[in-house]
Design a protein around this ligand. Structure first.
Ligand code: ING
Length: 316
């Protein structure tokens, strides 16, 4: 029996700063219902899907910053997502700002979770590649203060075996936004045999340090996910928070990419929309067992020698 998972890329349009968690969760529930009507097993929401993309602003007061974070997941306002997942028999990926006390201190992460068809959290990931800057930079049209508001993730990129698809379970991994631009993200999961990478993003069209890239925003978005998918023989699902959010234009371009690197589904608006694809996880093997058979063709010792000779810093 083929292992098919029907996936809904549940793109969100802008979330205003004034929107309450209840209003946003209502939008998410509606997208889940729409996805279920099209037979989805799994829905993928964007990064920081419960609030506006607040790292665009410089806040002095910690209590203002913390208003964008979740202290528990599920919490009172997000519990309906878990209840609906269970009622519909449909899993979901959700990005959110996580505030947690660990090791006796308060920690803040840009986090995603994977929830199964029974409404249970089966995996958690904390964003490792935090773009932007840590101090207020008034020269920018808008800020990108993820380095100020979040710690670097401490969970690596876990890959879990989950029964989200038909047939025997598949191998699912997660990433968040800027992670998708770095080949290591996909390779760390590729070395674990990942068959589907789920990720959400908030990507402004304008990148203040490199405005000459602005016109290529969608091209780069597709390029990195298509190459990550092909070079690791995995499906990749990338989902945007799109549109003009608090005066900042963010790309849409949510896509579902096959292990071949082909885009098989895409959103075409900048609003709340679900793009759907039936993804055959066994298609991964057509690449993992041939062109990207790591055991037969990859030479990590060779890479290590070259990298060390040039004095590059090796990942720990
Ligand atoms: N956003 C952007 C992203 O990586 C960015 C930051 C935009 C980096 C444009 C480079 C170019 O898609 C987040 N949230 O990481």
């Amino acid at each position: 029996m083929s292992r098919i998972v029907t996936v809904g890329a549940a793109q969100l349009g802008p979330i205003a700063q004034t929107e309450t968690r209840h209003q946003v969760v209502t939008r998410l529930l509606s997208l889940m219902q729409r996805a279920k009507r099209h037979g989805c097993d799994l829905v993928v929401f964007p990064e920081l899907a419960l609030t506006t993309f607040f790292p665009r602003w410089y806040f002095e007061k910690q209590e203002e910053i913390d208003s964008f974070f979740e202290r528990s997941m599920p919490g009172r306002e997000t519990q309906p997502l878990f209840d609906l997942a269970r009622a519909l028999g449909m899993g979901f990926y959700l990005g959110y700002a996580e505030l947690v006390v660990e090791g006796g201190r308060t920690r803040r992460f840009n986090t995603s979770i994977l929830v199964n068809k029974s409404g249970e959290i089966i995996s958690k990931y904390r964003k490792i590649h935090l773009p932007g800057h840590a101090e207020h930079e008034p020269w920018r049209r808008f800020q990108h203060l993820e380095k100020r508001y979040f710690e670097v993730g401490n969970l690596s990129w876990p890959v879990v075996r989950a029964p989200l698809n038909e047939g025997s379970a598949g191998l699912y991994g997660m990433a968040i936004c800027n992670d998708r631009r770095w080949p290591e993200t996909y390779r760390v999961m590729g070395l674990q045999g990942v068959e589907m990478v789920l990720l959400g993003y908030n990507t402004p069209v304008h990148n203040p340090p490199a405005p000459e890239h602005d016109a290529l925003s969608n091209f780069h978005n597709e390029l990195v996910m298509q190459s990550g998918a092909y070079q690791n023989g995995t499906w990749v699902v990338g989902v945007a928070k799109a549109g003009c959010e608090e005066g900042v234009d963010q790309i849409g371009n949510s896509i579902i990419v096959a292990p071949s690197g082909e885009i098989v589904a895409a959103c075409s608006t900048l609003g709340d929309e679900v793009a759907i694809a039936r993804c055959d996880l066994d298609l991964c093997n057509s690449y993992k067992n041939t062109t990207f058979n790591f055991a037969r063709h990859r030479e990590p010792e060779h890479y290590r020698m070259i990298v060390e000779r040039k004095g590059a810093v090796l990942p720990k």
